[in-house]
Design a protein around this ligand. Structure first.
Ligand code: HEM
Length: 446
């Protein structure tokens, strides 16, 4: 087939291209661009082009069949150094092998009681009838859970806040307004990113030092944590194989990747339930019937059929990782168009998940769509909340267990009422999917 030359691009402005339209309303821009240009389009930004791909075949290709032509972007390196999210080749496979045991099924089941305990501790801080921002509450909780499980210890007062603020600041590198300027311009958002990055590194150093000097061991009988495992790997393989910087990068990556994503899933699940009272009622009924007052645990969560579908549908409608960025390592041909080497490509998870070719009424929250043969008939790469291929999220099973346990434990005792002005919330594409104004909900004891 003769090659068509340039990838189609929606109408834009001279010099700034699509930057202002994107910054003003990022997800609308993506939606409109796909409507105008199809599943592959080119976004023109100051000094660079970004190619967006939004067809299951594109994801299959970039994540599986042609993975060597689609490498990780420089941004990953900038944000996470040589952590598991950013490395490639031999270094990545060695790191993945070292980390995998922390995420094995048995190991994860062992984390369940700590996940439930941390949830109960947070519940004890919720006064009946008060309105709280669930996005922020869920971030606190998932960070506490991450520490209680992978780090094997409880966060001390104030520590969570410091870490969360620092970690959240990493998102600023991707703030839509930053796209208005080339990467070398120090916009306020980029300055915040740099400060947060330094702050998070200081926090990580402190955690490592505590462990090394034994002043803060893991809590008594907790499973041996991430830090211990990384240090063992370092001792076993010698500094050449796992430098101190690499250990730091790994911790930073795990902190960031391990809590904001699951927090987003949980916060959007509460929002969806609060704004769909009929489904919320069925959800509470299921918890009362199946659990009958018992604590949720790995043995009974599979029986929470609706709760599991609620998690699945939330990850579809509000994918915490809305785009998977890549960089072409060589010129590639896609749908007859040529994308040059060294160009940024975004695999748009949110566009796929909201595409009516795969989902009826794609913008409605409908956990019942995940019944019967629906999933078997769906293209595997039309539902990709955890990515795909060999770079699939290492924390997938951890996150799914955590989300189900937390929803179940909270839903046994509490229900939430939506207190925002409008159910039409504005979501923002940072590294993770966030809301513009938080998710205020009134906490009601059941
Ligand atoms: C609902 C929660 C989560 C979602 C939606 C999610 C999503 C993703 C996605 C889409 C990727 C692929 C990125 C890419 O290919 O560039 C990924 C990778 C990764 N995730 Fe998650 N994640 C979640 C929870 C977690 C948790 C709980 C952890 C750790 C405790 C974690 C750690 C990681 C790491 C380290 C990678 C890189 C894996 C590799 O490249 O080998 N994630 N995640």
């Amino acid at each position: 087939m003769p090659q068509k030359s340039t990838v189609p691009s929606p109408e834009g402005y001279p010099v700034i291209g699509h930057a202002a339209q994107f910054a003003r309303s990022p997800f609308h821009f993506v939606e409109n661009a796909i409507e105008e240009c199809g599943d592959l389009y080119r976004m023109e930004l100051p000094g660079t082009d970004v190619y967006v791909m939004a067809h299951p075949e594109h994801l299959r290709r970039a994540l599986v069949t042609d993975i060597d032509s689609f490498g990780k972007t420089d941004d990953f390196q900038r944000v996470f150094g040589n952590g598991l999210l950013s490395t490639e080749g031999e270094q990545w496979s060695r790191q993945r092998e070292i980390m995998q045991p922390l995420f094995g099924r048995d190991r994860i089941s062992g984390y369940a009681p700590y996940m439930v305990e941390a949830t109960e501790q947070r519940l004890s801080t919720w006064p009946d009838g008060e309105t709280r921002d669930m996005e922020s509450e869920m971030q606190d909780l998932t960070l506490e859970i991450l520490f209680a499980t992978l780090f094997g210890r409880t966060l001390s007062p104030g520590e969570g806040e410091n870490l969360r603020e620092a970690s959240d600041g990493l998102n600023r590198w991707f703030t839509p307004t930053s796209w208005l300027m080339p990467p070398w311009v120090p916009t306020p958002a980029r300055r915040e990113f740099s400060e947060s990055s330094e702050r998070l590194r200081t926090e990580v150093d402190r955690l490592l030092a505590e462990q090394a000097y034994g002043s803060q061991q893991t809590d008594d009988d907790r499973p041996n944590g991430l830090i211990a495992m990384l240090q063992q790997a370092r001792e076993a393989s010698g500094e050449d194989h796992m430098s101190k910087d690499e250990v730091e990068d790994q911790m930073l990556t795990m902190i960031f990747a391990g809590y904001e994503t699951t927090a987003a899933a949980l916060a959007f699940a509460w929002f969806s339930l609060a704004t769909n009272p009929e489904i919320r009622r069925e959800f509470h009924d299921e918890l009362d019937t199946v659990l009958d007052g018992d604590l949720p645990c790995p043995k009974n969560v599979d029986d929470l059929e609706l709760t599991n579908r609620i998690v699945k549908e939330t990850l579809r409608l509000y994918p915490p990782v809305h785009t998977i960025p890549r960089q072409t390592t060589e010129p590639v041909e896609v749908d007859g168009y040529r994308i040059p080497g060294d160009e940024q490509v975004h695999l748009s998870v949110i566009a796929l998940h909201r595409d009516e070719r795969y989902y009826d009424e794609p913008k409605s929250f409908r956990p019942d769509r995940w019944t019967g043969n629906f999933e078997e008939e769906l293209d595997e790469y039309a539902y990709v909340p955890f990515g795909g291929g060999r770079r699939t999220c290492i924390g997938r099973d951890f996150a799914l267990l955590e989300a189900t346990l937390v929803l179940a434990r909270i839903g046994q005792n509490y229900q939430f009422d939506w207190m925002g002005e409008d159910t039409n919330i504005t979501i923002e594409p940072e590294i993770t999917t966030q809301t513009k104004n938080g998710l205020p909900m009134r906490i009601r004891k059941r």
